[in-house]
Write a protein that binds this ligand. Structure first.
Ligand SMILES: Cc1cc2nc3c(=O)[nH]c(=O)nc-3n(C[C@H](O)[C@H](O)[C@H](O)COP(=O)(O)OP(=O)(O)OC[C@H]3O[C@@H](n4cnc5c(N)ncnc54)[C@H](O)[C@@H]3O)c2cc1C
Length: 560
C-alpha cells in the first residue's frame, strides 16, 4: 500500500477531505509519537491523523545525513522546519512534516533511564516490547568511523568510563548508541512506522492544520467532553472531523508536540482562564492554570574543533553519559550553504525586530563570507547537554493563530545546578580535546581554551556576551547557550494529564507526546517518545477490548 516513492495509499492532501467525517480516534499531529500511536490504534479501530506539514517522501535527498544542516536551516514558509525564537534569545526549530522531529533531527537513538520509567509508572515488559517494535523498523548500529572513534577514545581518557560498547541502554560511561540513519546515510523516520498500520482503517491528511478541539458544552455537573476537531486545508477550506460514536472509548488525541499541544489546548478553551479570556478564547471550557507551565529545554553548549585530517560526515553516534548530569555528544564533517544560513538568520532578525535582543553578532558574522559558498566543515563539534533540566519556564499565547508560534520562555541556567553541570561538561570536553586519543583531529598548538573564544565570537544566539578579565566558565555557559531541541513540557503528567495521559477535568481527550514529559528522557528523547506512542496505543486498545467485551456481554444478557 505504498507507491515507489514511499507514499502510502491512505495518505492524502487535506484538500480532498469531506466537509465532515467520522472516526474512532482523531490524532492531532502525525509526528514522532503520533505516527507510532496511529499505526497501533489502526489495528483495531478507525483512525484519522491530521498533520499540518507535508510528506517526508516528497524530497528524500533532504533527509539524507549530508543535508541535515541545510534542511534544518530552511525556514521558508512551508518548509519542514519552523523557526521560533524563545524569549531567552535562543533560536529554535519545530518540525512541520509527517514524521515530526524524526525528519529533521540528528538521528541519535538511545532509550530512557530506569528512573524515568519508574516515575512515569510504566509497565516494564510492555515498555521493552514497545521499544523493540520501533527498533525493528527504523534503528541501526552506526558505522563508528575515524572521528567518532577518536571522540570515544577521548571521552574514555577524560574519565567518562567504562566503555559500554554499542548499546541502546542508558548506562553511565561511554557508548555508541543507535541511529535512524542507515549505512548509506538515508534517514528512516517515524513516518515509516505507518507501515505497521492497517491501510483499511487509517486516513492521514497532510497540510491539515487543526485550529480547535470541539467540546460538548457543560450542562449542570457534567464534565466537558471532546467530540471532534476543526481543521483547515492548504486552500483555506475548513473541515470538521467528529468521533464516530459518543461512547466512552472514542477519543481525540493531541500529539502536536511540546509547543503546539499546550497552544491548541489553550486555543480550544482549556488553560488559564484569565489568559484565555484576554485573548478572546470563547468559550473557556476548563480553567487549568498548569497548561503551558513546566516548559523546559535542555541547554546545549558546543565547541568547534577544526581538523588537520579529513573527517567523516557523522551526526551523533558516541556519547558520554557522565555521573554529574551532563551528556557529551559530537558530530563531524557537517556541510551547509552560507546563503541558507543567511536566510535563516534573516528569519531570526524578522522575528526579533522589536525585542530587546542585540543583533550585531549576526551582521558581523557575514561580513567576510561569500554567500555563494557551500561549506563542508573539516571539523568536529563536541557539545554538552545538561540533563533534566531543573530550570523551567512557561508558554503563553501571542495571538489566536494556531500556525503562529506562541511565546515560550525556558529560563536556561536559571537553576544553579544546571549551570554547575554545564561547567563540568565543558571542562570534560576540554579534556577530550587535549587527549591523546583525539589528537589526530586537532591542530598542534591549538588549545581547548582558545577554541572557546571562537564560539564567543559566533552568532550562536542573541544573548549579550560578557567578556570578563578572568575567564568564567559559568558566564561562558550562559552567554553561548544554544538548544539541543529537546524542549518538552506544557501538558505535564500529573498537572495537565493523568497517568493514563487523559486530560484532567474533561472527557474523551488525551495528550500523548513530549509535552507530557517532566524532564527529557535518556540522553536524547526520540526513542522514548516513539515508544510512548506505541505503549499508549497498546494500552488504549487493551482497554477497548475489555470494554467492548463487557458491552457484548450486556447485549447478550438483555437479548436473553
Ligand atoms: C534539530 C533537531 C535535532 C534533534 N536531535 C535529536 C536526536 O538526535 N535524537 C533524539 O532522540 N531526539 C532529537 N531531537 C528531539 C526529538 O526529535 C523530539 O523531541 C521529538 O521528535 C518530539 O516528538 P513529539 O511527538 O513530541 O513532537 P513532533 O515530532 O514535533 O510532532 C508534532 C507534530 O504535530 C504537527 N502539528 C503541530 N501543530 C499542528 C496542528 N495545529 N495541526 C496539525 N498538526 C500539527 C507537527 O507538524 C508535527 O509533525 C531533535 C530535534 C530537533 C528539532
Amino acid at each position: 500500500y505504498c507507491d515507489e516513492a514511499g507514499n502510502y495509499s491512505f495518505m492524502k492532501n487535506a484538500t480532498s477531505a469531506p466537509t465532515l467525517s467520522h472516526f474512532d480516534y482523531i490524532i492531532i499531529g502525525g509526528g514522532t509519537a503520533g505516527c507510532a500511536l496511529a499505526a497501533t490504534l489502526s489495528r483495531d479501530a478507525t483512525v484519522l491523523v491530521l498533520e499540518r506539514g507535508g510528506s517526508p517522501y516528497d524530497n528524500p535527498a533532504a533527509t539524507d545525513i549530508g543535508n541535515f544542516a541545510n534542511t534544518l536551516l530552511d525556514v521558508t514558509p512551508n518548509s519542514w522546519s519552523q523557526l521560533f525564537v524563545s524569549e531567552d534569545g535562543v533560536y529554535n526549530s519545530r518540525a512541520r512534516v509527517l514524521g515530526g522531529g524524526t525528519v529533521i533531527n540528528a538521528g541519535f537513538y538511545s532509550r530512557g533511564e530506569e528512573d524515568f520509567m519508574k516515575e512515569a509508572g510504566w509497565d516494564r515488559e510492555e515498555v521493552e516490547a514497545a521499544y523493540e517494535w520501533v527498533e525493528k523498523k527504523m534503528v541501526f548500529e552506526p558505522p563508528a568511523k575515524g572521528w567518532q572513534s577518536a571522540f570515544r577514545d577521548g571521552l574514555l581518557e577524560a574519565g567518562v568510563s567504562p566503555n559500554n560498547g554499542f548499546t541502546f541502554g542508558h548506562i553511565n560511561g561511554t557508548k555508541f548508541g543507535g541511529t535512524i540513519f542507515d549505512r548509506d546515510g538515508h534517514r528512516h523516520t517515524a513516518a515509516n512506522l505507518l507501515e505497521y498500520a492497517n491501510p483499511n482503517t487509517i486516513v492521514v491528511y497532510l497540510h491539515a492544520s487543526v485550529h480547535k478541539i470541539l467540546f460538548t458544552t457543560t450542562k449542570g455537573n457534567q464534565r466537558p467532553k471532546a467530540y471532534g476537531v476543526i481543521f483547515e486545508d492548504a486552500s483555506g477550506v475548513v473541515h470538521k472531523a467528529e468521533l464516530a460514536t459518543q461512547d466512552s472509548m472514542n477519543e481525540v488525541i493531541l500529539s502536536a508536540g511540546a509547543i503546539a499541544s499546550p497552544q491548541l489546548l489553550m486555543l480550544s478553551g482549556v488553560g488559564p482562564a484569565a489568559h484565555l479570556k484576554a485573548y478572546g478564547v470563547n468559550p473557556v471550557i476548563l480553567d487549568n492554570p498548569m497548561v503551558g507551565q513546566g516548559m523546559a529545554d535542555n541547554p546545549m553548549n558546543p565547541v568547534f574543533i577544526p581538523s588537520p585530517e579529513p573527517v567523516e560526515v557523522s551526526l551523533v553516534q558516541a556519547v558520554g553519559i557522565t555521573k554529574f548530569g551532563s551528556y557529551i555528544e559530537g558530530g563531524s564533517g557537517l556541510s551547509l550553504s552560507i546563503s541558507l544560513t543567511r536566510s535563516f538568520l534573516d528569519g531570526v532578525l524578522k522575528l526579533v525586530k522589536k525585542t530587546k535582543f542585540p543583533t550585531h553578532l549576526i551582521s558581523k558574522f557575514f561580513e567576510p563570507l561569500d554567500l555563494r559558498l557551500n561549506v563542508t566543515a573539516k571539523a568536529g563539534v563536541i557539545i554538552q547537554k545538561t540533563d533534566g533540566p531543573f530550570s523551567r519556564g512557561h508558554l503563553e499565547l501571542r495571538n489566536t493563530d494556531p500556525n503562529d508560534n506562541p511565546s515560550v520562555t525556558f529560563n536556561y541556567y536559571q537553576d544553579p545546578e544546571d549551570l554547575n553541570k554545564c561547567v563540568e561538561g565543558i571542562s570534560t570536553i576540554m579534556k577530550v580535546i587535549e587527549s591523546k586519543g583525539y589528537s589526530k583531529y586537532k591542530y598542534d598548538g591549538v588549545s581547548a581554551r582558545g577554541l572557546l573564544d571562537i564560539i564567543l565570537a559566533l552568532p550562536t544566539n542573541l544573548r549579550a556576551r560578557h567578556i570578563t578579565s578572568a575567564f568564567d566558565l559559568k558566564q561562558y555557559c550562559k552567554d553561548t547557550v544554544m538548544t539541543i531541541y529537546h524542549y518538552h513540557g506544557g501538558c505535564q503528567l500529573g498537572k495537565v494529564v493523568d497517568n493514563d495521559y487523559k486530560v484532567l477535568g474533561v472527557d474523551a481527550l488525551r495528550v500523548i507526546d513530549g509535552s507530557t514529559f517532566l524532564k527529557s528522557p535518556g540522553t536524547n528523547p526520540q526513542a522514548t517518545t516513539m515508544m510512548l506512542g506505541r505503549y499508549m496505543g497498546q494500552k488504549i486498545l487493551q482497554k477497548r477490548t475489555i470494554i467492548r467485551g463487557k458491552e457484548e456481554e450486556e447485549t447478550v444478557k438483555t437479548e436473553l
